[in-house]
Design a protein around this ligand. Structure first.
Ligand code: ZN
Length: 343
């Protein structure tokens, strides 16, 4: 069967590989859709020194079930959590499974190190049964975006948005756009979307996803923008960490900045600590490890609270993935989300 691999800088290859036998607690998922994530982009752009399989945002149909897997049968439609908290960990037992940030048990990402074969960009994938969340009533291309929607939900939850808040969404990629929609649904009154003007499709979608005002960060610095209340009450930040100081600079007293985004090359930041002290600001980290909230995200998409299909700017095929990704990279103005679909 076919599986895709990547290596920096931006090399992609589709290989013919053999799936190993599944263990008792695993299933085989026939992949029907897989999203290309910002993290895949980091791997492809500079982090992957060796060839490695990729794709963790996927959905498909269960085709084989190990003997000890509960609640799944062949034919079930599932989307996949990247990892899961250990229910026996102290934090889970203390009622905070979300704090089990190094889950040793079920992790789709770690499984890969055990020469399992491919990841989501493949015809079939071996997955721990515990990571499969069943769904109905969504298309597969929507279902593969439940994973990033869970990431967006975590950012919004972490920001603790209150009725009438002014919210700055810093970065209008797929996660930022989803978070924008959820922020509006959470009671934000005015949403400011900050994004480079060159990403035309992202700017256009921002209006559809709830932005009241657009700030083009390549033309104007945040500090020069005339915010209605002088600044903002909340920041949802998905741009690289080096922009944190700029975001903190436009926050109103008591503000909360919710940040998500791993940086391998520039994790250190500087900001005005007096501003944080005097204005009682909070910087809160959001991290979707362990993956949570899938059932709720499925419900929200079905209820129309957030639309996922408009985010797909590029549909790709496994067979032509290298060419399709090259096209995605070359069309920067159109690029929002690239999704592989299979019949
Ligand atoms: Zn992702």
């Amino acid at each position: 069967m076919k599986a895709a691999y990547l290596k920096a800088p931006r090399q992609f290859e589709v290989r013919e590989i053999e799936l190993r036998e599944i263990h008792e607690d695993e299933v085989i998922v026939d992949v029907r859709a897989c999203g290309y994530c910002g993290h895949d982009n980091i791997l492809a752009s500079y982090h992957a020194k060796e060839w490695e399989p990729f794709g963790h945002e996927f959905a498909g149909v269960v085709s084989k079930v190990g003997g000890r897997v509960r609640g799944l049968v062949p034919g079930d439609k599932v989307c996949i959590e990247t990892n899961m908290f250990d229910p026996l960990s102290d934090c889970a037992r203390n009622g905070r499974p979300d704090l089990d940030t190094l889950p040793l048990g079920s992790s789709f990402m770690d499984l890969d190190k055990g020469h399992r074969g491919g990841m989501g960009f493949a015809e079939q994938v071996i997955v721990p049964g515990d990571l499969c969340v069943k769904f109905d009533g969504l298309s597969f291309e929507e279902a593969c975006m439940i994973e990033p929607l869970g990431v967006a939900y975590d950012i919004v939850k972490t920001a603790d948005i209150r009725l009438n808040d002014g919210v700055l969404v810093f970065g209008c990629g797929p996660i930022g756009l989803m978070a924008m929609k959820l922020a509006k649904a959470s009671g934000a009154r005015r949403i400011y979307a900050a994004q480079h003007a060159a990403s035309a499709a992202r700017c256009e979608l921002a209006a559809r996803y709830g932005a009241d005002e657009m700030i083009f960060t390549d033309r104007q610095s945040l500090g020069d923008y005339a915010f209605e209340k002088g600044g903002v009450d909340r920041v949802l930040m998905t741009v690289p960490p080096k922009f944190m100081g700029e975001a903190l600079g436009v926050m109103n007293a008591g503000g909360i900045l919710s940040f998500a985004g791993i940086s391998y090359n520039e994790p250190m930041v500087t900001f005005d600590s007096n501003k944080v002290h005097l204005d009682k600001l909070q910087i809160r980290g959001s991290n979707a490890i362990p993956a949570l909230y899938f059932p709720m995200c499925i419900e929200m998409v079905k209820a129309g609270i957030v639309e996922l299909k408009p985010l797909i700017s590029h549909r790709m095929r496994l067979e032509t993935l290298p060419e399709d990704l090259a096209r995605y990279y070359s069309e920067r103005d159109k690029a929002v989300k690239a999704v592989m679909v299979r019949d």
